[in-house]
Design a protein around this ligand. Structure first.
Ligand code: SF4
Ligand code: MG
Length: 333
């Protein structure tokens, strides 16, 4: 399968008066062409910082990518200039955020906002731009696009507004769409419709999608692969079925505790006892040690090596390493 994006050993820090927050600590992941990768984890796990890094949307200062590379279509986005990045944004890579209202301008018609990106980035005629915008409105399931084209954002419901934002994100036919909690601000029934829309759009356009979410129901519905983040690291990654039916990391298992079935609709991550690690002074060993029922001596001291359970399923936990479990059982005797 062709990889469209490859992140290698990404480290992102935020410098504050209180010290340096090591928000992302050595993340590596890839995205195959035409697939949906879900990045899941609690808030503060580093998932949004990872996805924002792709588009150079880390506010600097205080943020900084201190190490790593992000390969996209033959170039390293970490090294790309701000000017080049502006040309990539919206055209090659688009992003959708939680609240559709922040992405829409209340003083412009939906039609103007839809065609703006096209006119900015291509030499398309006004007529063709309008035609394309109507096609996009139809694609995202908005009826009577002729009338809707002339209306303002406040004339649409929240769900409809998010559909318009999706249409705007897709109008220049990007290769990659990044959606950060795209349905969190919406009602549950509307959430389901929007996720359905993502699947339909992917089928029709072949766009590759990174979905950042804390909602396992959303993951179950649309993801092909899943990366589970904890304490600024990816602790487990695999195909959706491997993660849901054969999770190996104690944190992943904890997350899934409340989601016995893939068809569960509204399963949101259940809190796990304890608090996430302090990323001002991250633990040198496994960041889950303080909350893990299986923690061994080695866990607190040394970060676990990655274990490949299959070509696509990888986990970073000492339970997978015979050396650690042998040492632990010897100590118990
Ligand atoms: Fe638990 Fe140790 Fe595995 Fe971390 S490495 S998840 S503390 S068993
Ligand atoms: Mg976030």
């Amino acid at each position: 399968m062709e990889k469209i994006l490859e992140i290698e050993d990404l480290h992102v820090h935020f410098t504050t008066y209180g010290g340096t927050v090591q928000a992302v600590r050595g993340v590596s992941l890839y995205l195959n062409k035409g697939e949906t990768l879900a990045i899941v984890g609690e808030s503060g796990s580093g998932k949004s910082v990872t996805s924002n890094s792709i588009m150079q949307l880390i506010p600097s200062p205080p943020g900084k990518i201190v190490k790593g590379s992000i390969q996209f279509k033959g170039r390293d986005l970490v090294q790309t200039s701000k000017k080049e990045m502006r040309a990539i944004r919206g055209v090659d890579i688009s992003m959708i955020f939680q609240d559709p209202m922040t992405a829409l301008n209340p003083t412009l018609t939906v039609g103007d906002q839809l065609t703006e990106g096209l006119k900015q980035h291509t030499s398309i005629s006004a007529d063709s731009a309008k035609q394309k915008a109507m096609d996009m409105l139809r694609l995202v399931g908005i009826a009577e696009p002729d009338n809707r084209f002339k209306q303002y954002p406040h004339q649409f419901s929240g769900g409809m507004r998010q559909r318009i934002v999706i249409a705007m994100a897709l109008i220049c036919e990007p290769d990659l769409l990044i959606a950060d909690e795209p349905t969190t601000a919406l009602d549950v029934t509307i959430q389901a419709q929007i996720m359905e829309l993502f699947s339909e759009i992917q089928e029709k356009t072949g766009v590759s999608i990174i979905l950042v979410t804390h909602d396992l129901g959303v993951v179950a519905r649309v993801a092909d692969r899943v990366a589970v983040m904890y304490g600024g690291k990816i602790v487990e990654t695999g195909d959706k079925d491997a993660i849901f039916y054969n999770p190996q990391h104690p944190y992943t298992i904890g997350l899934l505790h409340s989601v016995p079935r893939l068809d569960m609709q509204e399963a949101v991550l259940q809190p796990i006892d304890g608090t996430p690690p302090d990323l001002f002074a991250p633990p040198q060993g496994c960041p889950f040690t303080a909350r893990c029922a299986h923690a061994m001596q080695v866990c607190a001291n040394v970060y676990p090596p990655a274990t490949n359970l299959s070509a696509s399923h990888q986990v970073e936990c000492w339970l997978q390493d015979a050396r650690a479990t042998r040492a632990a059982s010897l100590m118990k005797r």
